[in-house]
Ligand binder design. Structure first.
Ligand code: SAM
Length: 269
């Protein structure tokens, strides 16, 4: 019961934060997440070409784009209408919906991709069960989450610069980081969440090399995330610039290259 109540509260707060992020995602985080989605889609155990693929928690379409490029017809579903509106991919459909209660019939799609969306659920096993329910037998299912060791000094630089300008991490974000994200942050955790779903496949921790991203792009990534973007959008231009310049200063002239550490499930229904 407590998990369900926490889940509902998290659900509402997450939707509101992403609704106030929308296009800001495309100006920063997309440069990182588009590349992660390419890695995820490339791990499909069967070709995506010609399939009707559901992108769950599609956001602005990182995985939708990657799946469409692989020849899939993509339907996007997301909790946030603003993120859905900002989806850049050629879609055959888009709908507002919850990963834990998808607005689709049983066995209605030929594939499913979920990039960094199941990490928002109080009980991610519910999302894996839904993935199994809506997919036809043999359909590829691809899910990515953040690994526990995924870190880079830019995160701390931007958080500190924002805190100096008056930002405090929203409660939903603290809850997400402490309760929801850790559940899928290891191979064992992801395997446990998949276990009861009936999906079959492999879980692997993968490092994605993004060393070509500049300090400016890394800072734009962090400033466009939903824990911070709504605060910056409500601030004046001077505050925005103050955060950006202070983050550049804190990060220093030669930050380490960006490598993201992710956990991936690649399997079939
Ligand atoms: C970190 S963003 C990732 C977006 C996109 N998949 C990408 O890789 O760029 C997470 C997305 O999941 C959506 N989301 C969060 N919780 C969700 C839920 N319970 N059901 C559906 N979408 C959800 C958010 O609105 C957001 O668009």
């Amino acid at each position: 019961m407590a998990v369900r109540k926490r889940g509902r509260q998290l659900h509402t707060a997450v939707r509101e934060a992403y609704d106030r992020t929308g296009e800001a995602w495309n100006e920063g985080p997309a440069a990182v997440y588009d590349r992660l989605a390419d890695v995820l889609v490339a791990r499909s155990p069967v070709p995506l070409g010609g399939r009707l693929v559901l992108d769950v928690g599609s956001g602005t379409g990182a995985a939708s784009l990657a799946a469409a490029e692989a020849g899939a017809r993509v339907v996007a579903v997301d909790l946030s209408p603003a993120m859905l509106r900002a989806n850049r991919a050629p879609l055959v459909g888009r709908m507002v919906g919850d990963a834990a209660a998808l607005p689709l019939a049983d066995r209605s799609v030929d594939g499913l991709v979920a990039a960094f969306s199941f990490t928002h659920l109080a009980d991610p096993a519910e999302a894996f069960a839904e993935a199994a329910r809506v997919c036809r037998p043999g359909a590829p299912v691809l899910v990515a989450a953040y690994a526990a060791d995924d870190d880079h000094p830019v995160k701390h630089a931007v958080d500190r610069a924002a805190a100096e300008a008056g930002w405090t991490p929203p409660a939903w974000y603290v809850d997400l980081r402490e309760q929801a994200v850790p559940q899928l942050a290891s191979e064992d955790g992801m395997a446990a969440a998949v276990a009861g779903s009936g999906l079959r496949g492999d879980v692997a921790q993968v490092t994605v090399d993004l060393h070509d991203l500049t300090a400016k792009e890394m800072i734009a990534w962090r400033m466009g995330m939903p824990q911070l973007a709504p605060y910056l959008a409500a601030s004046d231009h001077r505050t925005h610039e103050r955060v950006r310049l202070r983050a550049i200063d804190l990060l220093g002239p030669s930050p380490p290259p960006l490598r993201r550490s992710i956990v991936v499930f690649a399997g079939t229904a």
